[in-house]
Design a protein around this ligand. Structure first.
Ligand code: BTN
Length: 270
């Protein structure tokens, strides 16, 4: 059995063994850390040092966790599931948003298993939401050489045990503990991690090779924005009409024209 560092809580401590027993390509080797700056930093460092495809870093605490668009990702120690996976594939740069979407879908599925009956959705580009509140986020970062993507780091943060969020985000954030049915067993982070890695493993390679085709129906079923009025500072306003094969958000403007939004922050209107 891998030695468990002090400071790793029991519901995460058996992660290396549980994930190994599932037999997938992702999650081994696994480093379980009491604290680090960011698991994405660990994965990038590991990549430079020759870590293999699927290597995964999991931590109880990040001192410099980051989210999309340069935002900080803050999570109280031992309350979240924070991990990064090294993907040793060399996708075209245009595939990166698609990898983020398939990672979001895997996280959605894993969170959904912990919340039977819960409305777990994907809010484009890569938030996972429950009843409109964010429960998880995905940060995909490329390891590049010139214009070429040499490998990819998929970083995931899932709010698991948190019961009180800061005033600033309390209206927009939730956790598995808060969204669970009254009297439900406390969530086990090790199971959520094993489920997320297995779900990502099932689709990742095909998405890297061929794009979103194999997951489009599932993405459509999980799309939190479809049919909703959305606004983006960069692109304006319209009604979300799905996600295309490139991972772009389709938005129908009031004049009927369908635009394809590439990235950025989308807000629900009304
Ligand atoms: C977002 O919603 O903006 C993405 C958040 C991603 C957070 C995770 S936590 C594990 C990994 N390490 C980081 O520093 N960020 C990602």
């Amino acid at each position: 059995m891998t030695p468990v560092p002090r400071g790793v809580a029991p519901d995460l401590a058996s992660a290396p063994e549980v994930v190994l027993a599932r037999g997938g390509l992702l999650g081994q080797p696994m480093w379980l850390l009491a604290s680090t700056t960011s698991t994405n930093d660990e994965a990038k460092r590991g990549a430079r040092q020759g870590a293999p495809h699927g290597a995964t870093w999991v931590t109880e605490q990040q001192t410099a966790g980051r989210g999309r668009q340069g935002r900080a990702w803050l999570s109280p120690r031992a309350e979240s599931l924070l991990f990064s996976v090294l993907v040793r594939e060399a996708p075209l740069p245009a595939r990166l948003p698609q990898i983020a979407l398939v990672a979001g879908l895997a996280v959605r599925d894993a969170v959904g298993r912990s919340l039977p009956g819960g409305e777990v959705k994907i809010k484009w580009p890569n938030d996972v939401t429950v009843h409109g509140k964010k429960i998880a986020g995905v940060l995909v970062e490329a390891i590049t050489s010139g214009q070429r993507v040499e490998a990819v780091v998929v970083g995931v943060g899932i709010n698991v045990h948190t019961r009180a969020f800061s005033e600033e985000i309390a209206e927009r954030a939730t956790s598995i503990a808060l969204a669970s049915a009254p009297g439900a067993d406390p969530p086990e982070r090790v199971q959520i991690l094993a489920d997320a890695l297995a779900a990502l493993d099932a689709d990742l390679h095909l998405v890297v090779a061929r794009g979103l085709g194999i997951v489009r129906a599932r993405l459509e079923a999980a799309d939190a924005l479809r049919g909703r009025r959305v606004r983006s500072d960069a692109d304006g306003e319209g009604v979300a009409a799905g996600i295309d094969e490139e991972g772009r958000l389709l938005v129908r403007r009031s004049d009927g024209v369908v635009e394809r939004w590439m990235a950025g922050e989308v807000h629900l209107v009304g």
